[in-house]
Design a protein around this ligand. Structure first.
Ligand code: NAD
Length: 369
């Protein structure tokens, strides 16, 4: 198991949770709160570990910083299978056990949705991504992150000389982010040629129908139950002929084993930390434009921050579009001018704001209700 690393930003706090009666284990990492209370999703997965949560928490710090939000970065992981029948009990106990960590505000992430946020709300009151019926902005239902990915695609396509109308798109992970990205990219005229989930992948060079895909996923939970497309092994999604690839599932899926097979000209990181550092360098040398996670997938965080400020969904969408397009343009231009990877260009700007804020704060930022 990889060890936790500390640097001049954090992580500030790591809370390990173990409940032997149920049983389950969980971890919360508050990375940095110089800019404000930390927002971060709760990942539910049997394989999530402290190191992964730490890396995700740092991504949230950078995402908040570059999005200009008054928030820091944190993340939680509950180490169970999300299909467990006692998930409500697990969530309620998790919420109570981390309730004192008031500088961390939970939100949905992979393996959990708005419903789970209502359980957290009941227990500790402090949560984002709630259903609209109880005053929230349900970022997964509204497709906030996928919307931002599609807005980012407009800027990335211009920068890479790709025409978005008719561009072929492959999406790894047809969940909340992947399905919304598919819908919004299709609305911009792109053709979704391949998608995958944890059970497999499908491909149709003529384009997949989003309504049929959503229906298959809703009825059986598997994209491979879409009729009329070629079924492939999930790993094949990375090698399909396409212009834009959107990883929207788990970490480190684009790595040295598969990056040389990637045909896409643009990778929009819908998922957090989906590309290893080594793969990113290889891709850059092949001329593939990789827009980093904390730029491309900031839509969900921006909407959560808007919910915190009691804004409407329309205001949140407008903010997502402006912020993601402006940031994408800014970092791609900086990367081009200074001959940097887009990630390096974005990190320079994101770290600068956090470090500047840290000069005004001694330690973690308390949250007021
Ligand atoms: P989700 O649980 O709704 O969907 C995940 C999808 O990925 C599911 O369809 C699942 O079957 C699939 N999947 C899991 N393992 C896979 C594998 N090995 N190969 C192919 N598919 C696989 O989760 P989500 O909320 O869509 O989150 C997806 C990613 O996007 C995560 O990295 C998350 O951190 C990131 N993200 C989410 C949001 C958000 O608003 N939900 C915001 C920013 C970033």
């Amino acid at each position: 198991m990889e060890t936790i690393t500390y640097d001049d930003l954090g992580p500030a706090k790591i809370l390990n949770i173990y409940c032997p009666q149920v049983p389950f284990q969980a971890v919360v990492v508050v990375d940095n709160t110089a800019l404000g209370p930390a927002i971060g999703g709760v990942r539910v997965s049997p394989t999530v570990d402290t190191h992964e949560v730490q890396r995700l928490a740092r991504t949230m710090t950078l995402k908040s910083s570059i999005a200009g939000l008054p928030h820091g970065g944190g993340k939680a992981g509950i180490m169970v299978d999300p299909s467990r029948p006692d998930m409500e009990r697990v969530f309620r106990i998790f919420a109570r056990m981390m309730g004192e960590l008031t500088e961390y505000i939970p939100a949905p992430d992979m393996g959990c949705h708005e419903k789970a946020m209502t359980w957290v709300k009941d227990e500790i009151g402090r949560v984002l991504g709630l259903p609209e019926e109880i005053g929230g902005l349900p970022l997964d239902k509204l497709g906030a992150t996928g919307y931002g990915v599609a807005e980012c695609a407009e800027i990335a396509a211009d920068a890479a000389g790709v025409k978005l109308t008719g561009a072929r798109v492959a999406i790894q992970g047809y969940g909340s982010v992947g399905s919304a990205a598919a819908r919004f990219l299709a609305e911009k005229g792109a053709t979704i040629v391949a998608v995958s989930d944890s059970k497999g992948a499908i491909f149709d060079s003529g384009g997949l129908r989003i309504d049929k895909l959503d229906q298959a996923k809703q009825e059986t939970g598997k994209v491979t139950d879409y009729s009329g497309a070629r079924i492939m092994d999930g790993s094949e999604i990375f090698a399909v002929p396409c212009d834009i690839l959107v990883p929207a599932a788990t970490p480190d899926v684009i790595n040295q084993n598969n990056c040389s097979r990637i045909e896409a000209k643009i990778i929009l990181e819908g998922a957090n930390i989906p590309t290893t550092q080594e793969a990113e360098k290889v891709l850059a040398s092949k001329g593939v434009l990789v827009v980093p996670d904390f730029i491309a997938n900031a839509g969900g965080l921006i909407m959560a921050a808007m919910e915190y400020q009691e804004k409407t969904a329309d205001e949140a969408f407008a903010h997502i579009s402006t912020r993601i397009k402006t940031n994408s343009e800014k970092i791609l231009e900086k990367a081009r001018r200074e001959k940097l990877l887009p990630r390096a260009a974005a990190e320079l700007l994101a770290y600068e704001r956090v470090r500047a804020a840290m000069q005004y704060r001694e330690y973690t930022y308390p949250i007021r209700h």
